[in-house]
Design a protein around this ligand. Structure first.
Ligand SMILES: [Zn+2]
Ligand SMILES: [Zn+2]
Length: 187
């Protein structure tokens, strides 16, 4: 007979540790960051246990309890490196972007949007395309609308990074500047 460790027991043990470090949220976050973190993780078959483990590791390393969304981002960063599957990688980056929008981290959000744009450009280039065209959201802001239909050589776009648009004014959740412009390959 095989004995199986029950997850419940493990969760309780880790909860015991949690009593010590005082939780001091640095800034007001008006959504339920725990719920949002778990919702993000669940898209990738990750869950409460992964979050608790990571928070514990981070607490030990830094001496203070991380916010849940910060730990969630760290988990995703690790997984995005590990996964070989291009679609899953992109989905993880997008999950990070959505979470960053919720917490209002504009700079990080922009950086990850750039990673996504670069990744798309590279994928097109790898399969032999030379040019891309920008597609904008129907309800895009004026800055983004100006990009509609613009064509770039992939090499040029990789250098100048026209999207995500720097001065985008679209508000999504707690972030102003959530550019939703996308590249399409030009045949
Ligand atoms: Zn844009
Ligand atoms: Zn915009």
């Amino acid at each position: 007979m095989v004995k199986v460790l029950k997850p419940k027991g493990q969760i309780k043990r880790i909860d015991g540790f949690k009593a010590e470090p005082a939780k001091a949220p640095e800034k007001k976050v008006e959504f339920d960051q725990r719920e949002e973190s778990l919702r993000t993780l669940s898209q990738f078959f990750l869950g409460e246990m992964d979050l608790k483990m990571r928070m514990r590791q981070m607490s030990l390393a830094t001496g203070k309890e991380p916010q849940e969304w910060v730990a969630t981002l760290e988990i995703l960063k690790d997984n995005v490196i590990k996964t070989e599957h291009p679609d899953l990688k992109l989905k993880m980056y997008q999950g990070m972007v959505d979470l960053l929008a919720k917490v209002g981290q504009k700079e990080d959000l922009f950086v990850i949007q750039q990673i996504i744009a670069r990744y798309n450009l590279k994928s097109f280039k790898d399969i032999g395309f030379e040019r891309v065209e920008v597609d904008v959201a129907k309800d895009a802001c004026p800055v983004c609308k100006k990009m509609a239909g613009k064509k770039f050589r992939i090499d040029e776009a990789m250098e100048t990074m026209p999207i995500p648009c720097h001065d985008c004014s679209t508000e999504v959740d707690a972030v102003k500047g959530y550019c939703r412009c996308r590249y399409y390959a030009v045949f």
